[in-house]
Design a protein around this ligand. Structure first.
Ligand code: BG6
Length: 478
């Protein structure tokens, strides 16, 4: 619908930004924290720096929260590092790890910032990986349950919004990139068994949150990439639906309806796949009633039909940061992704598509009628300090303005959206490009080549965003 006036955001809308422990904290060996599998994964992404220091938020959290307050935040989404809470296979958690998150949460509350906490954002402790073969062994379900119960008990008096797993769908779809797939040759079938074990962990977290946290609310965090059909050809429409199913809808239907949908059951049958669902699993899953969807959305994709006789092709992500280095996947008989001539792209070939934000919110609302929060959205770019000592990032401002405007339009369209937390508050480590690909509203003075003073420098986008959120989404700075 077209509206004659600018969007109006609800009075109690939560405005903030987002981060993840392994990408922002650093201090990977401090106060008892042991190694996470994602630390080892980040060490492989040369020539970029690894996560051992990142933004050093572990030592700068007070300064960082003060900056959030100055910006006008009413929420902050961050994750807890499992290996800080359980550095080893002990029944006793690590008090120093608990202290760090208590201090962070207390600091946020002191500044009237609502903590929104993700329980798992890729940092599985190495001891868990070794004991349970990563996500392949069902033993991890109890280990995860013990970890999340500790978090709910320790922090649940102050943290009311919780997330189970970050981007489970992306972890399965890009198992190799995120270090989840252990045997690439059999991943095609293994992934559904691994996915079921992750679903059990998600369900355990949802049930435990409702049991242990008074007025606690919990939801999953799917990575969402709306998929458009490449043309009005009916086959392209079905291809787009297939892509949507196999990259996101299968997960979203599962979270909302608490059962596997008909599409995935047919897919398993057709491909002779057994996800190894055991007796009692579906009963637990049925109990795991989510309260909201947390959504990460950066871009859109476009799909067209792919004949059954076509050669399959893997998705080759652009890891170089030089435009034109991406190869779209082909999945014979289902779909292939393709370029969209109507949208621009970033240096990493990510589509810049604000309308995708409104499309996603409308789609998820129409399908599930659950409140939604935006937990990631942002512009990854090369930033640097100018001669005037400032960081000018007009493209990020443009990106955020266009995207937030579409969130507002979706709200006007009738969707229930409760918060917006873009990626990221400070610069932090990207999944594949160290400190080269930056998303922050605040610049961190360091590079992949050289460790500098880690000074926090407010980017132009910081001031723009601050004006917008202090006016509850009415000062667009136009
Ligand atoms: C999301 C992840 O998928 O995308 C974040 O939850 C990640 O962890 C973000 O950093 C941006 O991706 P990248 O590869 O540019 O860091």
């Amino acid at each position: 619908m077209f509206y004659k006036q600018d969007p109006v955001f609800p009075k109690d809308f939560l405005w903030g930004a987002s981060s993840a422990a392994w990408q922002v904290e650093g201090a990977v060996n401090e106060d008892g924290r042991t190694t996470a599998i994602i630390d080892l994964n980040s060490q492989k992404k040369k020539p970029y720096t690894d996560n051992s220091i990142a933004a050093d938020h572990y030592h700068h959290y007070e300064e960082d929260v003060k900056l959030m307050a100055e910006c006008g935040f009413s929420s902050y989404r961050f994750s807890i590092a499992w290996p800080r809470i359980y550095p080893s296979d002990s029944t006793e958690p690590n008090q120093k790890g608990i202290d760090f998150y208590n201090n962070l949460i207390n600091e946020l509350i002191k500044h009237n910032i609502e903590p929104i906490v993700t329980l798992y954002h890729y940092d599985m402790p190495v001891w868990v990986d070794e004991k349970y073969n990563g996500w392949y062994d069902r033993g991890i379900i109890d280990a995860f349950d013990r970890y999340v119960r500790t978090c709910f008990t320790e922090f649940g008096d102050r943290v009311k919004y919780w997330h189970s797993l970050n981007e489970q769908n992306m972890q399965i779809c890009y198992g190799d990139w995120l270090g989840v797939a252990k045997y690439p040759e059999t991943w095609f079938k293994d992934k559904w068994k691994v996915n079921h074990i992750m679903n059990m962990c998600h369900a355990k977290a949802v049930v435990a949150c409702h049991e242990l946290v008074e007025e606690g609310k919990i939801g999953p965090v799917p990575g969402y990439v709306p998929i458009y059909p490449a043309s009005a050809h009916p086959d392209d429409q079905i291809a787009a639906m297939n892509a949507e199913e196999l990259t996101e809808k299968v997960w979203n239907d599962f979270y909302a309806h608490r059962e596997y949908n008909g599409f995935i059951k047919s897919y398993w049958k057709e491909n002779d796949i057994d996800p190894e669902i055991q007796e009692g699993d579906m009963e637990l899953i049925k109990e795991a009633r989510i309260d909201f969807f947390a959504l990460n959305c950066y871009r859109s994709n476009t799909a067209k039909a792919c004949g059954i006789d076509e050669e399959p092709r893997e998705y080759k992500l652009n890891k170089s940061g030089v435009k034109g280095n991406l190869e779209f996947p082909k999945v014979p008989g289902l779909y292939q992704l393709t370029e969209n001539p109507y949208v621009e792209t970033t240096d990493w070939d990510w589509e810049i598509d604000p309308v995708a934000m409104r499309y996603m919110l409308r789609y998820v609302w129409d399908h599930y009628q659950l409140p939604m929060m935006i937990t990631e959205n942002g512009y990854g770019a090369y930033d640097s300090v100018s001669e005037d000592g400032k960081v000018h990032d007009p493209k990020r401002i443009e990106f955020l303005r266009d995207q937030i405007y579409q969130v507002g339009l979706a709200i006007m369209d009738g969707c229930e959206v409760i918060s917006y937390n873009p990626w990221s508050f400070t610069d932090l480590l990207s999944t594949g490009n160290g400190m080269a690909k930056r998303y922050g509203l605040v610049y961190i003075n360091t590079t992949d080549e050289e460790l500098l003073d880690l000074k926090r420098i407010r980017k132009d986008s910081f001031y723009w965003y601050s004006n917008l959120i202090k006016s509850n989404g009415s000062d667009w700075g136009k």
